[in-house]
Design a protein around this ligand. Structure first.
Ligand code: HEC
Length: 247
């Protein structure tokens, strides 16, 4: 404590006995001491005045605020704000519509991966009601869902444009709820591509096979029901179905 030693040094000097309280030198020492004490007290008092993080002037989430006219501390984003990665410039990709009407093209090329992903997502999200084949004989309607879904293979839905299916997934249809929050836009399109593939699969003829290419397989013959989204089809043994069909 070098400072204290400095202050106490004059006390020891001859000519200023400690008994004479008001001698000049003592007075000076006293003033020095007083100012030191005042300084220490001021520092200790002021140190209690700083603003810590735990008492900073901020609002707790969802608390009431007197600062804003509507008393909500939670402020809405400024009008026109676009979150990062949320700029939906390609309206067809996000709505499936050209103007007000559903468009009839895919917003990206259809590859094997697109169809495989579509099949996977379809079997998860749609097959429980629409069945693996898309004929509407899914497991959920069989257990008393208010309405049986229509088959995708009826002429009206066969002719429906691709954007229409996208719109049904995005906004729902009748008593079918929408899947906008469960299925992101790209997966919706993947499903749409797969639904179209299902439609082709159920109505294909030998003429659809490119010339020179062998028909990969004869359609399986079902022993009983073709199966639903929840049950696998029971396929009859191979033997009976190998005879060539007349062209
Ligand atoms: C919980 C059962 C359920 C699920 C899951 C479901 N749907 Fe549906 N869907 C229905 C029902 C029921 C209808 C008929 C609604 C009506 O007519 O009110 C329907 C109708 C439709 C239609 C026909 C619209 C029309 O014009 O008739 C399409 C297309 C369709 N769904 C596609 C899908 C796709 C794609 C999925 C998967 C993403 C899906 N659905 C999932 C029950 C379901």
């Amino acid at each position: 404590m070098p400072r204290l030693r400095q202050i106490s040094a004059p006390l020891a000097k001859p000519g200023c006995p400690t008994s004479r309280l008001f001698c000049e030198k003592w007075d000076r020492v006293c003033r020095q001491r007083c100012s030191l004490v005042t300084l220490l007290v001021a520092i200790s008092l002021l140190s209690g005045c700083r603003i810590d993080m735990q008492v900073q002037p901020r609002e707790n989430p969802l608390s009431r605020s007197d600062f804003f006219a509507d008393q909500r501390s939670e402020r809405p984003p400024v009008e026109g704000t676009v979150a990062r990665g949320e700029l939906r410039e390609d309206t067809y990709f996000y709505t499936g519509k050209v103007g007000n009407n559903p468009g009839d093209y895919m917003p990206f090329p259809v590859t094997k991966e697109v169809l495989e992903r579509g099949r996977e997502r379809y079997n998860i999200y749609c097959a429980p009601c629409h069945s693996l084949l898309g004929d509407g004989n899914g497991f959920i309607p069989s257990r008393g869902f208010a309405r049986k879904p229509p088959s995708y293979h009826i002429p009206r839905l066969q002719k429906a444009p691709l954007g229409y299916f996208y719109d049904v997934i995005t906004n729902g249809f009748g008593i079918m709820s929408d899947y906008a929050s469960q299925i992101p836009p790209r997966d919706r399109w993947n499903i749409v591509a797969y639904v179209r593939a299902l439609q082709l699969s159920q109505n294909a003829t030998r003429a659809d096979v490119p010339t020179g290419q062998a028909v990969p397989s004869d359609p399986p013959k079902f022993r009983r029901e073709p199966g639903s989204g929840a049950t696998l089809p029971i396929i009859a043994p191979e033997a009976q179905s190998t005879t060539e069909e007349p062209k």
